[in-house]
Design a binder for this molecule. Structure first.
Ligand code: GLA
Ligand code: ZN
Length: 666
C-alpha cells in the first residue's frame, strides 16, 4: 500500500470538529494519519492515570473513513509533572547549564527516572493498542538528537568506555594521554567535553560523540523492545532529519527499525530569492534510503510556511506536488504532510499546515487533493519500486564527528563538501546511493569517499577489496588522516589508503579564507572547465600513479593535485583538494567514464531525473525545479502516466514545478 496522509493533532481542536476534518482528509485521498506524538499530558494526566478514550474516538472517526494510523510515542515532550520529578532529568548543555522547562526535548536520554517513566507510558500505549488493526505502526519519540553532558551521562560514558577499551592503560595509549599529563588512573576521572572554549583530547571528544549517539540508539531500543514484545504486528519507525542532521549516527539509529522515515522541509527561507535547493532534499532522500538500503517514508512533508518567531516563505503553488514526487522519485513509499491544521497555540503557532488557522481549505489543500487523486491511480503501481545505482557515496559518521572536533580549515564543513560532491553527480541525472564505508560495495562501479577522515583497518580492507574487484574509488582531501581513536596516523597520508592511491601527501596547505588555488588538467584527461581548489591543498607525490591535474599557484605550483592509480583490476583517484558543486559536475563525467557508468539525460540544472524500477518496468521521473518551461529530448516512446497520454516521444515540454512520470512503451 502506498501511504498518503497527514500529521494530525486532534487534541488541539474541539471534538465537534473531528468528523469534519476527517471528511476533508478522506476527500484529499489520505489513507493514513500520524497521531499522538506529543500527547503525553493527555495520555497520562497524572502519574499512572491513563486516558486513551479521546484517542480511541479520534481513531474511530478516522478509520470509519479508511484512514489508518501511525501512533507516536510521546517521549519527546514530557508534561510538567514528569519533569518536576527530578532536576536531573533536564539535559545539560555543553556550557554546564541545564535546559529549562518550556520547549520540548528537555530530557537526558540516560536519566533512569526518565527512562522508567518513558517505559511506563510506552507500555501502557502498546498494551492498549496492541490488537488494533487500524494501527499500521509506531513512530518512536520525535527527531532524536541533542547531546547531554550531565553527570549521569558522564557515568554512562565511563561504562561505555570501559566496554570499548577494557582497561585504562589501553584507553590512555590510544588517546595519547601522555600529552599534558592526562593519564587517567580511574574511570571516574574522565570528563565529559564541556565547552570552556579550549579543545579536549580529540580521542575523548570523538568517543563522547559516539557515546551520545549510542545513548539515543539505546533509548530508542528500550521503546522498540516494548513495542515488539506487545505489538508484534505493528511496524516501527522514527522520524529522522535527513542528511543535514550531524549529531547522530543515523546508520546506527536505523538498525533496529523496520523502516526509516524523515521530515522534509525545503522552503525555510525568509526571502524568495534564496530559492530552494532541490539537491539538498535529493541528498536527504538518498541518505534516508541508504540507512537501511530500502525505501522510506516522508513522515513530515512541508505543506505550508514554517517558522517559530518568524514565518518562512510559503510554498509556491505547485511546490508541494513537486516535492512529493521528488520524494517518490527517490524511493518514498509513504508521504505524510505536516500538519493538518495550523495551530492557534504554542511555539508552533506559525508553523503552517495544510489548512490555515481558520480551518477553511485553500489552495494548498486543493493541491494536495490533486496529488491524492494522482496517487490513487499511481500509488499501487509505484509502491515498492526500487532504485538501482552504479554510483555510491560513502557517508562516515566517524569522519563527520571527527570534523566536528577539528574542522581542519575554518571554512571547511564535511556536510557541505559531501553535498557539493553529491550535487555535482546529481547534474548527470543518475541515481546515487549513500552507504556506509563498511557496506558491501560490490554492486557499485564507482564509489566516492568524500573526506573519509577516520579509517579503520576493516574499512581500508573493504575499500581495497572493492577496487581489486574492478571498482573505481575516488577520495577527496583529508582522507585516511585519523585512526579510529581520532589520533593522526604515524605514516605519510593518506595513511592506510596510500598503497591503493599509489600516491602520498608530501605536505598540505590550509588556505586562508577567500584564497583559492586553481588546477591545470594534464593533456589527454577529458575534464572540461577550470577546477577550483578551496580550503585545503594536499601536495601529492607519486612515482606510481598518473598525474591528472596540478596546482598552478603558490610555492607548490606544478605539483600534483589529482592522481589516478591502477590497483588490482580497478582504479583509485585521489582529489587532493576541495571544490564546489561545479567542480564535481566537471569531474563527474570523467570519473563515470573511468568506471563505465553511463550518464543520464542531459538537462539544465533545473531538471532532475529519477528512475524507479519494478517488475522490469522503469519509471522515469522528470521534475522541473525551475521557473522556466524546459524541453527534454526523449529518445524512446513513452506512456505519460499522469496524463495517460501515449505515445509521447521526441521533445517534450515540462512546465515550471511540473513533473512527468513516464514508462517506456516496449
Ligand atoms: C519537526 C518536528 C515537528 C514540528 C516540525 C515543524 O520536523 O518533527 O514536530 O516541530 O518540525 O517545526
Ligand atoms: Zn545526561
Amino acid at each position: 500500500m502506498f501511504y498518503f496522509g497527514v500529521d494530525y493533532y486532534p487534541e488541539h481542536w474541539p471534538e465537534e470538529r473531528w468528523s469534519y476534518d476527517a471528511d476533508l482528509m478522506a476527500e484529499a485521498g489520505f489513507n493514513i494519519a500520524r497521531l499522538g506524538e506529543f500527547a503525553w499530558s493527555r495520555f497520562e494526566p497524572s502519574e499512572g492515570n491513563y486516558d486513551f478514550g479521546w484517542l480511541d474516538r479520534a481513531i474511530e472517526i478516522l478509520s470509519d473513513r479508511e484512514i489508518r494510523i501511525v501512533l507516536g510515542t510521546p517521549t519527546a515532550s514530557a508534561p510538567p509533572w514528569v519533569m518536576a520529578k527530578s532536576p536531573e532529568m533536564f539535559r545539560m548543555l555543553p556550557n554546564g547549564s541545564r535546559v529549562p522547562y518550556g520547549h520540548r526535548r528537555e530530557y537526558c536520554p540516560n536519566n533512569p527516572t526518565y527512562i522508567d517513566l518513558s517505559k511506563r507510558i510506552v507500555s501502557a500505549l502498546a498494551e492498549h493498542y496492541a490488537e488494533r488493526l487500524e494501527i499500521t505502526g509506531w513512530q518512536i519519540d520525535n527527531e532524536f538528537g541533542d547531546r547531554c553532558y550531565c553527570p549521569i551521562c558522564a557515568a554512562a560514558f565511563h561504562a561505555w568506555l570501559r566496554d570499548r577499551y577494557g582497561t585504562l592503560p589501553i584507553l590512555n595509549q590510544v588517546w595519547g594521554t601522555a600529552f599534558w599529563s592526562h593519564e587517567y588512573t580511574d574511570w571516574n576521572q574522565i570528563p565529559t567535553p564541556l565547552a570552556d572554549a579550549n579543545p579536549h583530547n580529540p580521542g575523548l571528544a570523538l568517543d563522547f560523540k559516539r557515546f551520545a549517539s549510542d545513548s539515543y540508539v539505546a533509548f530508542q531500543k528500550m521503546q522498540i523492545d516494548i513495542l515488539r514484545g506487545k505489538c508484534p504486528g505493528h511496524l516501527i519507525t522514527h522520524n529522522f532529519m535527513g542528511f543535514k542532521y550531524p549529531k547522530l549516527d543515523y546508520f546506527d539509529l536505523a538498525r533496529d527499525l523496520d523502516f526509516v522515515s524523515w521530515d522534509n522541509y525545503l522552503r525555510m527561507q525568509w526571502t524568495i530569492n534564496d530559492g530552494v535547493d532541490s539537491r539538498a532534499a535529493a541528498l536527504g532522500h538518498d541518505t534516508m534510503r541508504g540507512l537501511k538500503g530500502r525505501n522510506f517514508w516522508v513522515m513530515e512533508q512541508q505543506s505550508g510556511g514554517g517558522g517559530w518567531e518568524c514565518v518562512s516563505v510559503s510554498p509556491r503553488p505547485g511546490e508541494i506536488r513537486l516535492w512529493t514526487y521528488q520524494a517518490i522519485a527517490h524511493g518514498a513509499d509513504g508521504i505524510i504532510y505536516f500538519r493538518w491544521r495550523t495551530n492557534r497555540f504554542g511555539a508552533e503557532q506559525y508553523w503552517h499546515g495544510v489548512l490555515d488557522h481558520h480551518g477553511i481549505p485553500g489552495h494548498r489543500y486543493e493541491e494536495i487533493k490533486r496529488i491524492g487523486k494522482e496517487i490513487r491511480n499511481l500509488g499501487e503501481t509505484l509502491v515498492g519500486a526500487r532504485i538501482e545505482s552504479d554510483v555510491a557515496l560513502l557517508l562516515s559518521y566517524d569522519s563527520r564527528f571527527s570534523f566536528q572536533v577539528q574542522q581542519g580549515n575554518p571554512d571547511f564543513d564535511y556536510g557541505e563538501h559531501f553535498q557539493d560532491v553529491y550535487s555535482g553527480f546529481a547534474q548527470q541525472n543518475i541515481s546515487v546511493d549513500v552507504v556506509q564505508p563498511l557496506d558491501d560495495l560490490d554492486k557499485y562501479r564507482l564509489v566516492i569517499a568524500p573526506a573519509l577522515h577516520v579509517v579503520s583497518d576493516a574499512v581500508a580492507e573493504n575499500l581495497k577489496r572493492f577496487v581489486q574487484g574492478c571498482g573505481v574509488l575516488v577520495f577527496s582531501a583529508r582522507c585516511g588522516v585519523k585512526d579510529v581513536a581520532n589520533a593522526v596516523v604515524d605514516r605519510q597520508l593518506p595513511g592506510v589508503l596510500s598503497e591503493m592511491c599509489g600516491t602520498v601527501v608530501e605536505e598540505y596547505d590550509s588556505l586562508p579564507t577567500g584564497v583559492e588555488n586553481e588546477l591545470e588538467v594534464d593533456h589527454g584527461i577529458p575534464i572540461e572547465g577550470a577546477i577550483a581548489a578551496k580550503y585545503w591543498c594536499d601536495v601529492l607525490k607519486t612515482d606510481q600513479a598518473r598525474v591528472v591535474a596540478r596546482y598552478t599557484r603558490n610555492y607548490y605550483a606544478g605539483k600534483p593535485a589529482i592522481t589516478l592509480n591502477n590497483f588490482g583490476d580497478g582504479k583509485v583517484v585521489y582529489l587532493g583538494t576541495f571544490g564546489e558543486e561545479a567542480t564535481y559536475a566537471s569531474i563527474a563525467p570523467w570519473l563515470m567514464s573511468l568506471a563505465g557508468v553511463e550518464t543520464g539525460i542531459n538537462t539544465s540544472r533545473a531538471i532532475e531525473v529519477g528512475v524507479r524500477i519494478k517488475n522490469d518496468k522503469r519509471f522515469l521521473f522528470i521534475l522541473n525545479h525551475g521557473a522556466k518551461d524546459e524541453v527534454i529530448k526523449l529518445d524512446k516512446q513513452y506512456h505519460d502516466l499522469l496524463t495517460d497520454i501515449k505515445p509521447i516521444t521526441g521533445d517534450i515540454h515540462v512546465a515550471p514545478l511540473d513533473v512527468k512520470i513516464l514508462i517506456e512503451i516496449a
